[in-house]
Design a protein around this ligand. Structure first.
Ligand code: ATP
Length: 264
């Protein structure tokens, strides 16, 4: 039995010293930015660390319609009365917990500016609508993630935002670690999980195709889950890897050829 299971923590295998960095950042009231491709474990890492530190976690999936009120809160009519309802950022500040802004680069710049007084030594959240100014408790931590791989020139974090965060670069784990993660999450045996990870290595090395990004650990876990459930490997790869990665017939064929070379 692993320590994670004993403590009932969300399962997470560290890639490097990211757990120590997170803990030091949290201890010192510093915000943290996680950069890396989709499905490589950033969210799981935050869930694991929040549980390990015993802090409540409020996660926000950022998008371009997200308003400052979505983060901070708004007045709502309830039973004929107007009541103030905290947003996830305010809840995290009040509770001294963690607020995780997933894909923060999707949020409008006027929203990210709300974060500025919270992410420097002021550590304050101003709630204009209620006239409150909250001082974040020492345990409060802001964590954000983004995927630099999308190379969307229009969507970049302002330097004044990104230079308020410590940053950790994530990538897909080393093959042995990734095979362990895939096996553990799907129930597939390590040998067949390792074959999926080998295929992933080839897919991630492909260049000049219409793949915006290599196959994620998340998709490998999907494929492994289908295989563990009794699906033929080629069908599982079609559904969990090839179709999700590309709509282009030529690219799909190239992926099938790669799979054939691994599974020969
Ligand atoms: N190091 C790891 N330890 C344990 N599980 C992992 C690890 N890396 C990836 N996973 C698994 O991969 C899945 C996808 O990871 P996660 O949701 O954390 O990705 P993400 O990087 O946050 O993706 P996105 O940017 O799309 O939100 C997790 O649900 C988990 O099953």
């Amino acid at each position: 039995m692993t320590l994670d299971m004993i403590n009932d923590l969300p399962f997470y295998t560290a890639q490097s010293d990211e757990c120590d960095v997170f803990e030091l950042a949290q201890n010192n009231g510093l915000p943290l930015l996680l950069k890396g491709p989709t499905g490589c474990g950033k969210t799981r890492f935050v869930e694991h660390m929040a549980a390990r530190l015993g802090l409540p976690l409020h996660t926000v999936a950022c998008h371009d319609d997200l308003s400052a009120a979505d983060l901070i809160g708004r007045y709502l009519i309830k039973g004929g009365e107007t009541v103030w309802v905290d947003g996830p950022l305010t809840r995290a500040v009040r509770e001294g917990g963690i607020c995780y802004l997933d894909e923060v680069v999707e949020a409008r710049k006027d929203v990210t500016v709300v974060l500025h007084p919270l992410t420097d030594d002021r550590r304050r959240l101003v709630i204009d609508r209620t006239g409150e100014e909250l001082r974040a408790p020492d345990s409060f931590m802001l964590v954000a993630s983004y995927n630099p791989g999308y190379q969307n020139v229009l969507k970049k974090l302002k330097p004044s935002t990104r230079q308020r965060f410590l940053s950790i670069g994530f990538d897909f784990p080393d093959p042995a670690i990734e095979a362990g993660v895939v096996a553990r999450e799907s129930g597939l045996d390590e040998g067949r999980a390792a074959a999926l990870v080998r295929l992933a290595g080839h897919v991630r090395a492909l260049s000049g195709m219409d793949l915006e990004e290599g196959v994620s650990t998340r998709l490998l876990i999907y494929a492994a889950t289908l295989i563990a459930g009794g699906m033929r490997v080629d069908r599982a790869l079609e559904t969990a890897v090839i179709e999700p990665l590309s709509d282009e017939p030529d690219t799909q064929q190239a992926l099938r050829d790669l799979a054939a070379s691994v599974y020969g």
